[in-house]
Design a protein around this ligand. Structure first.
Ligand SMILES: Nc1ncnc2c1ncn2[C@@H]1O[C@H](COP(=O)(O)OP(=O)(O)O)[C@@H](O)[C@H]1O
Ligand SMILES: [Mg+2]
Length: 417
């Protein structure tokens, strides 16, 4: 495949986050450095039964292999929902012919191990470098299965890229995180370079906060440096709490939390998690804070929800930042929860606004990001930096499969060939 250095491509990004709510899909036109057009975006929800089985799979994942029947069965279903999302996007944008798919896959285990010692360094594509102290990090306390100090860990996204390529007839870039983890990075967050591309030309310091199942932030510094980190829980704990107490998958519009009161001692106990004492770079598994649900088990449903919404905000507020942002722009499903947004506004200095204030689509941003990263991967550009994942030097990533493209199809379809 011959990619012209500044070729603009139409990339369909697919993201299924740790909230396990479904597959987000979005189309962007990009050269992997800038975004020239935003196409349609949509979400294909997971059927409730699949969400339940995926949630159970997270508990089992440390003991399973990629060939386990349980994994293969769910992987096939998950992949086919992604293929459906691609079909719907293509139907919605008949004039924007897709060139490539960026397929994140569904994370079922994230245990990257201790962070490498970053040596700093520049990202040639963006001239970004860490503004932060380059100190060795202690491992964040994740799941019991986290590898011991000194070993690189593992991050596992299920999804059959060859099957997706076959059913869409498109080249598929996948496995975005493994190279980073193998190089000693945290494998997350990967959205910062996309946020930085969208923020080009805007004055910093400014923060983009993504509240998905877990939460992560990107800080664009006053001189254009990009810095990033997972901050703590996003929606996942609150989702699990709400499911347990009401049978609903999430606290819609923060209604449950709004009836409750934050329980200070419980919040303090939740904030005693060792993740918060560890310096960045650090990243989280969906289940990293799961034991916290037992810590607050005595609270009633509403007070527990209020306390968990406050926990998400408190974790952001306590994240040690190299610069204080003048404004916070929030994306991800958590920005739909008024209890979380109010808690953020209360705890953070500077205005807290949804990313729609920047003209961005807050529910599509992560999906767009993986379209953008697919093009970066094809062009051999870094996906992560010392200051975003703790990887020792700016690092490429992603794997390409063209399993669905026949030589004949390549000649017919292929603007990218
Ligand atoms: N109207 C809403 N009120 C409260 N929470 C919401 C609402 N809409 C979405 N959410 C939350 O957002 C989550 C999905 O967020 P998302 O950004 O897709 O996360 P992920 O990237 O982890 O999948 C849901 O599980 C739910 O917790
Ligand atoms: Mg989601």
């Amino acid at each position: 495949m011959d990619i012209q250095p500044h070729a603009r491509m139409n990339a369909i990004g697919l993201m299924s986050g740790t909230s396990l709510d479904g597959v987000d899909a979005a189309l962007v036109r990009t050269d992997g450095a800038c975004v020239f057009a935003h196409g349609p975006s949509l979400t294909v929800p997971y059927p409730p039964g699949l969400r339940t089985r995926l949630r159970a799979l997270l508990d089992e994942a440390p003991h399973l292999t990629a060939q386990s029947a349980q994994v293969l069965e769910i992987e096939r279903e998950v992949t086919d929902i992604h293929a459906q999302a691609v079909r719907l996007i293509r139907a919605a944008a008949p004039d924007m012919v897709a060139d490539v798919v960026g397929f994140h896959g569904q994370t079922i285990l994230h245990a990257p191990g201790p962070a490498a010692r970053p040596e700093g360094g520049r990202d040639g594509a963006h001239a970004c470098e860490s503004a932060r102290e380059q100190s060795p990090a202690t491992p964040c306390a994740a799941r019991q299965d986290e590898p011991p100090m000194g070993q690189h860990g593992r991050t596992w996204q299920i999804g059959d890229a060859a099957r997706l390529s076959a059913s869409t007839g498109l080249p598929v870039v996948h496995d975005f995180r493994s190279a980073d983890v193998q190089a000693g990075g945290q494998g997350a967050p990967l959205a910062p370079l996309y946020h930085a591309a969208l923020l080009q030309g805007r004055p910093g310091p400014v923060a983009v906060l993504n509240i998905g199942g877990v939460a992560n932030l990107t800080l664009l510094g006053a001189t254009g440096h990009v810095w990033a980190c997972d901050t703590g829980p996003g929606n996942a704990l609150l989702d699990d709490w709400t499911q347990r107490h009401t049978g609903q998958p999430y606290d819609r519009d923060g209604a449950l939390a709004a009836r409750g009161t934050v329980h200070g001692p419980s919040l303090a106990a939740l904030m005693a998690h060792p993740f918060f004492a560890a310096p960045p770079p650090k990243s989280l598994d969906r289940l990293s804070f799961h034991a916290g649900l037992e810590q607050i088990a005595r609270l009633d449903a509403a007070d527990g929800a209020a306390t968990l919404a406050a926990f998400t905000a408190e974790a952001v507020a306590r994240t040690p930042l190299p610069e204080q942002p003048g404004a916070w722009y929030v994306c991800g499903g958590g920005r739909h929860n008024p209890a979380i947004m109010a808690a953020l506004a209360q705890r953070l200095a500077g205005p807290v606004r949804p990313v729609e204030d920047l003209g961005w689509k807050g529910d599509a941003l992560e999906a767009e990001c993986f379209g953008f990263l697919a093009v970066r991967s094809l062009r051999g550009l870094p996906l992560s930096l010392p200051a975003t994942t703790g990887v020792p030097t700016p690092l490429r990533g992603g794997q390409l499969t063209c399993a669905g493209i026949t030589p004949w199809g390549m000649r017919e379809g292929g603007r990218i060939l």
